[in-house]
Design a protein around this ligand. Structure first.
Ligand SMILES: *[C@@H]1O[C@H](CO)[C@@H](O)[C@H](O)[C@H]1NC(C)=O
Ligand SMILES: *[C@@H]1O[C@H](CO)[C@@H](O)[C@H](O)[C@H]1NC(C)=O
Ligand SMILES: *[C@@H]1O[C@H](CO)[C@@H](O)[C@H](O)[C@H]1NC(C)=O
Length: 489
């Protein structure tokens, strides 16, 4: 039989894509034969002192356009901001029961996410989309996020205390709950970092995790209060009606500008809630959540917000810090996790305290970034912030890999450690980030250096052959190397 008559799917070519699909197929078969669940773990409960609530908020944005680029297929604008969507995680009143079901980790309709991943793999067609949908359903379709949906926000203590591990609790006045805005990475969505966000909420923070509709995620449903829905999928240059002058860097910049607009809209909605418009936000929310938002009035510290992000989201967070704090972006601190290696230049113009953390694999893998080692570019950025008189840190969390702060390792620990080489316990992997984020919040709000942030530089350059230093408290030695820290006074 002539080789060309064999259907293409049966003609193996050893491309990375083919090998990856084969590995997944063998893994699925293995689990099935041995009667193992595809998922070894569900998402764990949060460990902080507060119960955790969550709300999806989608809010109209009067059609702001951040670029004139249109889709090839239908001539519609590619960067039109009709609504903004984010999940809020917050400390809820104790023992509050919800009559709404828990949120699914892969939002409905699941086929949008599946089709989006197929598009990422450049193999989207009816057959592959169906296979991806079934696979995703089997892998993650039943996972729920362990936060209670739409329960009331906790009463703020007369003087809000930060839960500082170990030592006493610093007094920071009664400004409302500290607010963190979080921006996700490439190929992700608002539900990919739920444990990090929910864990912070259990320790007293309000976290708004945005879902970006800039074409960098797998897929998202834009919903309007009139009931209309529009799916936004992953898109690339080939999907856009542009000439040769519009190249990949241009696309990245267009996406980052769109993300910045979404960040600003998120802030606008949170401010409206804090100013007493919670009922209006609820009534305009097509996702029909937020019934208690009226009682959130005055409970959010919207004058002193923290901007954070991971990967592409970290690059976007740095961009959003340009010119901050300002009314649209009232950010007084930045939490920057694995700033992108391929997401365009990093903004150095930062005038607020920042904590930049590299995962171990991000520091370990040497890569050239605009003609220089990526590590050096990030380090210089952090040094620049210190030189401007704002406190800035740069450190590597040992044993982690790029996805350690996401939910993926919690759900698929085996698969993730095989494929990414992380060696840290998966729960510790998220915990180290949450712990140091709390220390950063104490610094941003109370100007106190505690824990890891009270230490000096241990490793001006990353050193893959050692852990932290003997001088560090035991609890930090195996987890951290500090590359840049403010001068101790
Ligand atoms: C995070 O902080 C808690 C409270 O101090 C501590 O018990 C835990 O060991 C820390 N986690 C890690 C991974 O260092
Ligand atoms: C925000 O927090 C900083 C501490 O970093 C503090 O100095 C400042 O007064 C706060 N700003 C506002 C507007 O509350
Ligand atoms: C680093 O810490 C880990 C965990 O404590 C330990 O197993 C390893 O031997 C240490 N490595 C070095 C080079 O000290």
């Amino acid at each position: 039989m002539s080789r060309s008559r064999v259907p293409p799917i049966l003609r193996p070519r050893l491309t990375p894509k083919y090998i990856a699909s084969s590995v997944v197929a063998i893994y699925v078969l293995y689990c099935w034969l041995w009667g193992m669940p595809l998922l070894s773990s569900n998402l764990p409960a949060y460990t902080g002192p507060h119960s955790v609530g969550t709300i999806d908020i989608e809010s109209p944005c009067d059609g702001r356009k951040t670029s004139d680029v249109k889709f090839k297929s239908n001539g519609q604008p590619a960067f039109l901001l009709e609504t903004v969507l984010f999940s809020v995680y917050y400390p809820s009143i104790k023992g509050a029961k919800s009559d709404k079901p828990k949120h699914l980790w892969v939002p409905k309709p699941l086929s949008i996410t599946a089709e989006g991943y197929a598009k990422f793999a450049h193999i989207s067609n009816f057959l592959t989309n169906s296979i991806f949908t079934v696979a995703l359903w089997g892998l993650a379709g039943s996972i729920t996020i362990p936060a209670n949906v739409d329960v009331p926000l906790r009463e703020i203590a007369p003087s809000f205390e930060f839960t500082e591990h170990g030592a006493g609790k610093p007094e920071v006045g009664n400004d409302g709950f500290p607010v963190i805005v979080f921006s996700h990475g490439m190929a992700s969505s608002r539900t990919d970092y739920t444990h990090f966000c929910g864990e912070l909420a259990s320790r007293g923070y309000i976290v708004a995790a945005i879902e970006h509709r800039d074409g960098s995620g797998p897929g998202s449903m834009v919903m309007d209060i009139d009931g209309s829905e529009r799916a936004v999928y992953h898109f690339g240059l080939g999907d856009l009606d542009v000439d040769d002058s519009f190249d990949t860097p241009e696309l990245k910049q267009a996406q980052l500008d769109f993300r910045q607009a979404e960040i600003e809209e998120t802030v606008r909605v949170l401010k409206a809630i804090n100013d007493g418009s919670g009922t209006a936000i609820y009534e305009m929310n097509p996702r029909k959540e937020g019934e208690h938002l009226a009682s959130w009035e005055g409970k959010l510290d919207m004058t002193n917000v923290t901007m954070s992000g991971h990967s592409y989201g970290a690059t976007g967070a740095l961009q959003a810090l340009k010119g901050a704090p300002c009314p649209e972006r009232p950010f007084h601190g930045g939490l920057i996790l694995d700033p992108g290696k391929s997401s365009g230049p990093l903004n150095h113009d930062v005038d607020v305290p920042v904590l930049v953390i590299h995962s171990n694999s991000w520091s370990k893998k040497h890569s050239v970034f605009f003609g220089r080692p990526h590590f050096d570019v990030v380090k210089d950025l952090v040094v620049d912030v210190n030189n401007r008189g704002k406190a800035a840190w740069f450190m590597t969390s040992l044993g982690t890999s790029h996805p350690s702060v996401t939910d993926a390792p919690l759900i698929e620990p085996m698969l993730l450690s095989w494929t990414t080489g992380s060696t840290i316990d998966v729960y510790d992997g998220v915990d180290v980030y949450v712990n140091v984020t709390e220390e950063f919040m104490i610094f941003q709000k109370a100007h106190r250096r505690t824990g890891l942030l009270a230490l000096d530089v241990t490793h001006p350059d990353y050193d893959s052959s050692t852990n932290g230093t003997q001088e560090m408290p035991q609890a930090y030695q195996r987890y951290w190397q500090i590359h840049v820290a403010p001068e101790s006074t």
